[in-house]
Structures are given as structure tokens and as C-alpha cells.
Design a binder for this molecule. Sequence first.
Ligand code: CP
Length: 319
Amino acid sequence: MVIEAAAALSSKDLVGIAPLEAGEIQLLLDTAEQLLEVARRPIKKVPTLRGMTVINLFMEASTRTRFSFEVAEKRLSADTLNFSASTSSVSKGETLFDTARNLMAMAPDFIVIRHPNTGAPHRLAHVVTASVINAGDGSNEHPTQALLDAFTMRRHFGDLAGLKVVIAGDIRHSRVARSNAFLLSKMGAEVRFVAPASLLPPGVQELGVKPFLRLEPALEGADVVMMLRIQMERQKRMNFPSAREYFDFFGLTPERLKLANEGALVMHPGPMNRGVEIDSEVADGDQSVILEQVTNGVAIRMAILYLLAGGRSDAATDS
Ligand code: CP
């Protein structure tokens, strides 16, 4: 057996971190810990989702999340179908609702959705019987990214409670920052948001985080430094003078990293813009766990699919 105890999540869907209980987050991380081992086998496959169909509905560009889900689904023996907006009838004006109704007529068990509009996965979850997983909706949430980030931190520190986590960059447009703030606060970590005032969201204090307008003071005593790119595609105008100036004030350099705790982890959800939010020496340095995040993402997505499938005890046997 791969999984020691059968368990499940309380909802049929995973649309955000906000609705999850701390116990459910713990269960997801514990399950991912057990599934991580599948990647080390010569045959990286278990029959958990055999006979089940997953539709990956990506209406926005993605490299990591889309491939990570597909790898996770294939390692769990699911049948996978990939849908992108540009090559589907969405490009002819079909709505998300009509697309979903047509896809449901093919009886999928899961729909993984990335969408530019906030709340699209939540609306989809209400109209389909399949389990819906949010792979990122607008600037709202990216729950599977926050789970893999937390999993990576927990693997290094043992516990999330008490960790001091700096999240720096374009916070205003970042679903990664929001989901991480929800998750890390629920688990007892301290979250510090760093950005120029124009890139902090309105009502930032309501997220339970400490806002900073400069990187240096936020780095003091930090255990984790997570850098975010500037999301130009979500901005009508530049919210800072130039990329060069942004790097001068907010870029993570080797010198600035020394202000954090010794051995602090450097994280980035990707895609990275080297020389804008992060120096290459840091991105590729000893403290960087950026590629480890990608590896861990597969285990987290396997855990989500496994638990949404009901954590069936017969589902995780060796192939
Ligand atoms: N982290 C993340 O969401 O990356 P992609 O946009 O490449 O999926």
C-alpha cells in the first residue's frame, strides 16, 4: 500500500485554500509525503484513478501547473484530456457554462481549470457533478501552488507554525500570494508581504499579513523568501518606473539574501524574470528550492486527486 489510512476531503471540489480547514491541509500534506515516493520507483505508476477521466481545462497559459497535473494524473493511471482555449470552440465564442455542459456529457470525474476570471472554478463546481480543481483563477487563488509551497517548507523545517515567510513582488495581482497568505496563516506561520505601494492590494491587513514597502526590513529573521514576478498581463499601465529600477529596490540579490536567517529557503512559483525580481546567482544558488517546488507539485496534485476521489483504500495499491 502507498497510503496508510483511507481519508477524504469534506468537499467534492478544491476551489481555494480559504474554505479548507487546517486539518484538511495537514491531511493533504501528509498524503503528498507518502505519494512522493512513487516518483522514485522504476515504474512511476499506481492504479488509484484507473477508469477515471480527468479533463485539464486551461484557458490561460501554463507550463508548470498544466504538466504537473498531467504527470500526477498519469502516475495515478487516470485517462487525461487536455483542453486549451485557443484550440477549442471557446475561440468561436462558446461560454464556459456551455463548454462545461458539453464536457460533462462525456462523463469526466475531474475537471482541472485555470481561468483568467476570478470565481470561474467556483461557478463551474456548482454546475457540474465532476470534482473541480482550481489551477488558478484570475488574481484570486492558486490553491495547489500554495499547497506545494507549504509542502516544500514543511519538508525542510518539519513544521509550518512559527515560520517567518516573506512574499515579495507583484502581490496585488498574485493569486499565489493570496493562497499562501490564507494557508500559512491557518497553519500558524507569519507572512510578510513586500511590494511598492502600487503593487500591494487594497485591504492587505485583512489578509492577516504584515505589509512592508521595502525588502530589507522584511528579510530580517526570515526563514523563507518567496519572490513573485510582475504580472504585466494583468496591468493596464506600469506600476513602477522601470524593470531596472524595480530590481534596484526589490530584486533579491545575494547581498540582500544575507539579511534573512542563515539557510533561509529561496522560493519562486515561476515563471521567473531573472534580473527583475531575482538575481540569477540567487535563483540558481544553494538556498534555492525552486525546482524542488516543481517536483513536490506532482506529489501534491496526486494527493489532491487521491483525496477528492474519496481516498479509497483499494486505490493506492502498487501496480
Ligand atoms: N506556478 C505556476 O502557476 O506556473 P505556470 O503558470 O507555468 O503554471
